[in-house]
Design a protein around this ligand. Sequence first.
Ligand code: C2E
Ligand code: CA
Ligand code: CA
Ligand code: CA
Length: 277
Amino acid sequence: KAKSGHSGHHVYRSADNSHGATRLRTLQELRIALTEDQLVLHYQPKVELGTGKVNGVEALVRWNHPTRGLLFPDQFLAMAEEAGLMHTLTQVVMRQALDQAAVWLAAGRSLTVAVNLSASSLVDAELPVRVAAMIESRGLPASALTLEITEEFLMADRDRAREILTRLRAGGIRISVDDFGTGYSSLAYLRDLPIDELKLDQSFVFPMADDARAAALVASTIDLAHGLGLRMVAEGVENGVAYDELVRYGCDYAQGYFICRPIPAADLDQWLARREI
Ligand code: C2E
Ligand code: CA
Ligand code: CA
Ligand code: CA
């Protein structure tokens, strides 16, 4: 049975008993993919609302599978997590994203690259040291990297999260709370954790144009962020109506198909060049 995934591709769930064997093969292939550079990054710009100025890009992982074509995160991330491969995947993604940031810097573009960090990264006490070394070895400023974490990351172990985030942030890396509003967590962490930015989940942004209560929720959340000195990014901006509303509410940044889909770095360079004309 096939159902449509959120970004238009298909997610297959098979009920027959060949499923286990398929899974095992995919897992073996994923291990190979991690060592043979089959993972690629697509980049989606984050623009300043109102001015349209490109502030940064988010790196989103894809698997360039030798026979199945381009696979999306919902087709392999959960498996990577279960198999304990997330640590390696994060390393691979971080390396590629920072290599690309260095290419952009050399070309005279100072783009902040945002990398998604799964909650399992929290167990890695050496993360701040390793990330700092990766940034430094490429001659990048720490402001070249933003880490997107989830509320799950923050809640799993508050003290540990605080310690790791404080160390990352002391180095100059920015911290963004992804999927904000979906985590069923206490808002108290907004007061006492070292973060820079909230990313309002797309599920709040989608209904905004046709639903006054959804719009009120978005507007209030933007005010909440500003009251706490945090920047607000809205994701899933799919049309001009949503974009204009967000401008009116004073949202800082936006990401979404209306602005640009996630695309390979070479395509993003062309997109940026076209906008600069
Ligand atoms: P996310 O971090 O919340 O990323 C936003 C997702 O929404 C992306 O899906 C993006 O392609 C999609 N999107 C962007 N604009 C729009 C829009 O206007 N409308 C709609 N409907 N969708 C939009 P994608 O690339 O399939 O990634 C899914 C999730 O996988 C991400 O959600 C993130 O949680 C995870 N992910 C992606 N790359 C990585 C990675 O390198 N490491 C880790 N740990 N997680 C990743
Ligand atoms: Ca994200
Ligand atoms: Ca998100
Ligand atoms: Ca998400």
